[in-house]
Write a protein that binds this ligand. Structure first.
Ligand code: 2PG
Ligand code: MG
Length: 438
């Protein structure tokens, strides 16, 4: 079998013009697999550490040359020669080499770049599409747990329409108002509907006097709105204007990202829309339950802050039976935190971001655990992205069911939507499509 012959790493730029790590993995067959690491803005405290060159002046201290050097100096000598088919063995080595619980020594950006680039090189060396190779790795993993194998399955997209929070200059307290085309019967149909809805949201905003409808980091519109409910109303209006029935054909899925307006000193949630009123966890749950009653909402992400476990349990007791409650900053794709969520009945779905944990194998760990507890999974991009489209293949390969990439604008987003179109074509006219809300 092919082995790993070499690793190259370099600093490239992401969609915000910030440096990030790119890794080339060279197989003994000559195939070169490449991966570029994404980067978040609204990061959770429990995420794996992204190494940045704070002590160097270039790129304002945001450079990743240390992480790049870690790939070539520290990781390469330890992993060159490994059997490319042994991704779990490679990842175990990377984890051991780093030796910290949060990848702070080598940097999750260095480690993830290698883990994903090797997966790409292996697929190329085998002459397979990445999703086919990842699906085999995933099914090997499921077999170990005694779980039936998955067919590669197209995910339901959850798409950003209106951006706020840290992604759009603080125009709106909540971070994203996303839309799910719940009744679509294929991925390509879902995408077509989404593009239509996105255009209509833009038209509604312009008619409402938001003359310059600029987009945020993920391509969602970034207008100055009064509050979250105004955004929900606009998106609902767009659903109706497209001849769809809100709640049946298309539904809303906000990412509240409440961490960034949670004040740890006071232990309260303070939203600008309400004049920084102090809301405790119970009041926040009431607010969210009110939204869920008034708008066609089927999923809510990070309604409460990353360490508000009690609040999360209360929110789940109140709404978990009728909607998806996704933990992003809460779980940070970490097995231990997901396990705690399962035990405390905090949330019922996991956001999966590869760079929150740092290797492909640990991403599988999070997905397997979610699966075995009946938690849903949403594979997600970061607000800082690149042309790398690995997560499209990952979502299909693991039959995760849902994917969150951002909006249908900006090429770092479209790279993934377009990759999914190609995968759908490769799977043929009967491509399985997940319809978790259908
Ligand atoms: C999120 C992500 C993607 P970021 O909060 O879910 O939208 O944002 O990458 O900034 O953490
Ligand atoms: Mg989030």
């Amino acid at each position: 079998m092919a082995t790993l012959m070499g690793l190259k790493a370099r600093q490239v730029l992401d969609s915000r013009g910030r440096p990030t790590v790119e890794v080339d993995a060279i197989a003994s067959t000559g195939a070169i697999g490449r991966a570029i690491v994404p980067s978040g803005a609204s990061t959770g405290r429990h995420e794996a550490i992204e190494l940045r060159d704070a002590d160097r002046p270039r790129y304002g201290g945001l450079g990743v040359m240390q992480a790049v050097e870690n790939v070539t100096r520290h990781i390469a000598p330890e992993v060159i020669g490994i059997d490319l088919d042994d991704q779990p063995g490679l990842d175990a080595r990377l984890i051991a080499l780093d030796g910290t619980p949060n990848k702070s020594r080598l940097g999750a950006n260095a480690v993830l770049g290698v883990s994903l680039a090797v997966a790409h090189a292996t697929a190329l060396a085998r002459g397979e599409e990445l999703f086919v190779h990842l699906n085999r790795l995933w099914n090997n993993r499921l077999a170990k747990e005694g779980i039936q194998p998955d067919l590669p399955t197209m995910p339901m997209p959850m798409v950003n329409m209106i951006s706020g929070g840290l992604h759009a200059g603080g125009n709106l307290d909540i971070q994203d108002v996303l839309l799910i085309p719940t009744a679509a019967t294929s991925y390509s149909e879902a995408l077509e509907q989404i593009v239509r809805l996105y255009r209509v949201v833009g038209t509604i905003l312009r008619k409402a006097g938001h003359e310059s409808v600029l987009v945020g980091d993920e391509g969602g519109y970034g207008p100055r709105l009064r509050d979250a409910e105004e955004a929900f109303r606009i998106v609902t209006e767009a659903i109706v204007a497209c001849g769809l029935e809100p709640g049946r054909d298309a539904a809303i899925a906000p990412d509240v990202a409440s961490n960034h307006f949670f004040d740890p000193a006071r232990g309260t949630y303070r939203m600008k829309a309400t004049g920084d009123l102090d809301r405790d966890s119970a009041a926040m749950v009431d607010l969210i339950a009110g939204w869920a009653e008034r708008y066609p909402i089927v999923s809510i992400e990070d309604g409460l802050a990353e360490d508000d476990w009690e609040g999360w349990s209360a929110l789940t007791a109140r709404l978990g039976g009728r909607m998806q409650l996704v933990g992003d900053d809460l779980f940070t794709t970490q097995e231990a935190r997901i396990r705690r969520g399962i035990e405390q009945k905090a949330g019922n779905a996991v956001l999966i971001k590869v760079n929150q944990v740092g290797t492909l194998t640990e991403t599988f760990d999070a997905l397997v655990l979610a699966r075995s507890a009946g938690f849903r999974a949403v594979v997600s991009a970061r607000s800082g992205e690149t042309e790398d489209a690995t997560i499209a293949d990952l979502a299909v390969a693991t039959a995760a069911g849902q994917i969150k990439i951002g909006s249908v604008a900006r090429s770092e987003r479209l790279a993934k939507y377009n990759r999914l179109l190609r995968i759908e074509e490769a799977l043929g006219p009967d491509a399985p499509f997940a319809r978790p809300f259908g």
